[in-house]
Design a protein around this ligand. Sequence first.
Ligand SMILES: [Zn+2]
Length: 187
Amino acid sequence: MKVIQMSAGFIPQEVIDEIAASADIVDIIRNYVPLKKAGRNFQGLCPFHHEKTPSFIVSPEKQIFHCFGCGVGGNVFSFIMQADGLSFPEAVQKIAQMVGVTIPENETSEEERRLRAKRERWYRINEAAAQFYHNILLKTKWGNNALAYLKKRGIDDATIHKFQLGLAPPDWSSLLEFIGKKVVKHQ
Ligand SMILES: [Zn+2]
């Protein structure tokens, strides 16, 4: 299945409108429920509750569905959301595929790119700091005492590794120097 690329599920309204205009609710719901023409509407057995006589109605004019048995209803998007257990953007994506409408990739603004680069840089710095302190715990003379203390408290190697436990050395600038070398020069 194609992963949805839209950040925060954002799909431009005009694209949603285009998909809604291309998707006939009767055609879409027919993929899930057999429908029979009944006057101006179509009817079938409700997919959302168990029933023997059809009380599930689809209106091609209004492009909505409604069940007189259990009360569910809505448009083509809410049908797919409920039938497939999808979020709204996922339902839009699915219907777009069914009717052959392409959802354009989100245009990434200069501002978004700059923020993302900044965020990634902070993650790298955070990762490097964790690794730095972790190594001090495992590989230095200060670390030996701290390790002995952790063992005494019942914290085993697996836990130390899993949570990347670390130890700050007794000075003020070693992390800064380490980070300066490791991260900044890669910018
Ligand atoms: Zn129903």
